[in-house]
Design a binder for this molecule. Structure first.
Ligand code: SAH
Length: 244
């Protein structure tokens, strides 16, 4: 039995940002599973079976991947960015105890460049001091938890990265998040909207919190909020390494 499972991050979009470790796993794979647009990034070749599936099918996808690896497959589950950031790695561990033998399989998590860090690099160094990441989707947690985390992180003066800021099925959430932030932060606080980072559609815009509107974000956008010290220099945004 020589099967294995790699849970790999493809980075934010540009193939140049895929790590050599992930490329090597993909070159050896017999099966690739993942959300449809992520599997679409994998070049077909003889001996490789592609298994795209829908967004909400994470736990089923994880089980299917484990079954294939147990049967001897060389299996890669692909996520965008990093697989451990609001992505498939945790989903695999959530089902690992369901079947005897799964936890003994050769399973590796292969990191990738997460959207937050790719976006920060494009803007300069807005995460140069302490920061946190918050998923604004309320699919897997109630809204009051999101609001509490936003409020307390703002009071602690963290810079923040917001994943999944806005979708067609959740048009209201990001506006509510902005309202909470306006209650806690000064109106001049810098906000970066980074859309489709490292792809041909990339768009980065920097505004103040008072100028930010919900329409500036969609599901391909990551939003970065500076801390109280975050500032502009030329065309760059950075956060100094020290706090007052
Ligand atoms: N595992 C991924 C995140 C998955 S959640 C990672 O580590 O990046 C999906 C969210 O990630 C999107 O709604 C968006 O907020 C963000 N995202 C992913 N790729 C992006 C990109 N190229 N540009 C901007 N935001 C991106």
């Amino acid at each position: 039995m020589s099967g294995w499972l790699a849970i790999a991050g493809l980075g934010p979009g540009d193939d140049a940002l895929i790590t050599p470790e992930v490329s090597a796993a993909l070159a050896q794979a017999s099966d690739v599973l993942g959300y449809i647009p992520y599997v679409a990034r994998i070049a077909p070749r003889p001996g490789l079976a592609l298994h795209p599936s829908d967004n909400r099918a994470e736990l089923d996808r994880a089980r299917q991947a484990l079954r294939r690896a147990q049967a001897g497959g060389k299996v890669v589950i692909v996520s965008s960015g990093d697989p451990g950031v609001f992505a498939m790695a945790a989903a695999v561990f959530e089902v690992l105890a369901e079947e005897p033998g799964w936890a003994e399989l050769d399973i590796r998590v292969l990191p990738g460049i997460t959207a937050m860090l790719a976006a920060a690099a494009k803007a300069g160094a807005p995460l140069g001091h302490d920061f946190c990441a918050i998923n604004l989707s309320d699919n897997l947690k109630p809204w009051p938890v999101i609001e509490k985390r936003l409020r307390l992180a703002a009071q602690a003066d963290f810079a923040m990265g917001f994943y999944n800021p806005r979708s067609k099925s959740r048009p209201e959430g990001f506006g509510r998040a902005l309202s909470v932030l306006r209650e806690e932060c000064a109106p001049g606080r810098l906000v970066i909207f980074a859309r489709a980072v490292s792809t041909p559609e990339e768009r980065i815009s920097v505004v103040t919190l008072s100028e930010a509107t919900p329409e500036m974000a969609d599901m391909r956008t990551i939003v970065l909020l500076g801390n109280s010290q975050t500032r502009r220099v030329g065309r760059f945004v950075y956060t100094p390494r020290s706090a007052p």
